[in-house]
Write a protein that binds this ligand. Sequence first.
Ligand SMILES: Cc1cc2nc3c(=O)[nH]c(=O)nc-3n(C[C@H](O)[C@H](O)[C@H](O)COP(=O)(O)OP(=O)(O)OC[C@H]3O[C@@H](n4cnc5c(N)ncnc54)[C@H](O)[C@@H]3O)c2cc1C
Length: 403
Amino acid sequence: MGTEHDGSIIVAGTGPTGLIAAAALADLGMPVTLVGPPASTDDRRTTALMTPALAQLDALGVPAGLRPKTAPLKAMRIVDATKRLIRGPVVTFRAAEIGEDHFGLNMPNRDLNAALEAAVISRPAIDWRRGMITGWVVGADKVVARLSDATTIEGALAVAADGRLSPARQAAGISTSVRSYPQAAVVLNFGHSRGHGFVSTEFHTETGPFTQVPLPGNRSSLVWVVKPTTAEELMALDDASLSVRVEEQMQSMLGRVEVEPGRQVYPLGAVLPARFAQNRVALVGEAAHVFPPIGAQGLNLGIRDVRDLVATVAENRSDPGAEHALAAYDRKRRPDVLARAGAVNLLNLSLLSDMLPAQLARSAGLGVVGGFAPIRALFMREGLQPGSGFAKAFTDLREQIRR
Ligand SMILES: Cc1cc2nc3c(=O)[nH]c(=O)nc-3n(C[C@H](O)[C@H](O)[C@H](O)COP(=O)(O)OP(=O)(O)OC[C@H]3O[C@@H](n4cnc5c(N)ncnc54)[C@H](O)[C@@H]3O)c2cc1C
């Protein structure tokens, strides 16, 4: 069969990853059709984006207008707040320790989504169909999507940015391993009487992390991971009672707490596909990886998916969905995604586990990281950019051997 496609790319999904992918692929000069509803304006979460992800968005002209809505993360602290027999020490990672002013910026998802939507609209090369994809036909030479307005579109490559259930992933025949956790994340923003000093604190509890992340002024966002029944109970409280619960949980670290109206719950789970691309479909964002919100990893990883996809498409412009191109993308993404997902899932399970060895391993790990500056620096560099921590550690070691 001859090549039937015109080299164009369908991006399915208009969450942050789909919007970023559409803009970045359009900047390569590729014809892009984006399909999905208008960007979400009712997401109450905030996202901490690290400096490499911000540099990628800078290249798309995104963060400039966003800056006043963001707060820099100058330090990240982990407090073992479990009541278990073996507890780890408090560990603080300071950006200054690795010569940086901050690790990244925390921003409201609503503002991020609006800025990404504006970036897409400012690129006339993107044909944005504001509807849903109702069906896929995946062929050897092209991929065809049927839309909710009864039209069809086709392309050489489909980018599945259609979230954790990803119909495009299913159409490509990519199987997944799915795990649901006995946890839910209560998400809200709050004001506090003491300054946060641009420090984010993650309290590790027996049900999951309780993570405070700075926002501009005396405000922070909160992701509180609890049992689903506790989440229901917290959601039923009025703002004043919930404020007291949040303040108690933080041991009044930021003084008096005032929870802002509007909160949301997210059930937690993990999804990993068997492959990251197959049959003219490449997975990005939550279509490619879902794991609990620990250590601000998800969208940072999704933005690296887009980086590697753009590099692969740039090398395969005539047929970006060709088998060898998809195999190259799969090889690029596998180590990064598996390492991040593995580490986050393991840390989450070690929190939930009542087993002594798991508690010992976690507290010993925190002890080593907390007490030894070079290991801390390695973790911080790895957290920002995979590979860079190890690269710097080897360079330092070589220097020491030379001396
Ligand atoms: C509580 C919480 C806190 C988090 N905090 C952070 C953080 O601080 N830092 C970080 O990096 N990550 C964080 N994450 C992870 C981050 O939120 C996700 O990685 C990110 O939102 C995933 O975006 P996405 O675009 O891949 O998917 P989604 O946002 O799920 O978007 C999927 C899109 O696909 C569309 N779609 C679905 N089906 C179709 C179809 N048939 N046709 C067309 N469109 C379709 C949907 O409408 C939607 O627009 C957090 C996650 C949670 C739950």
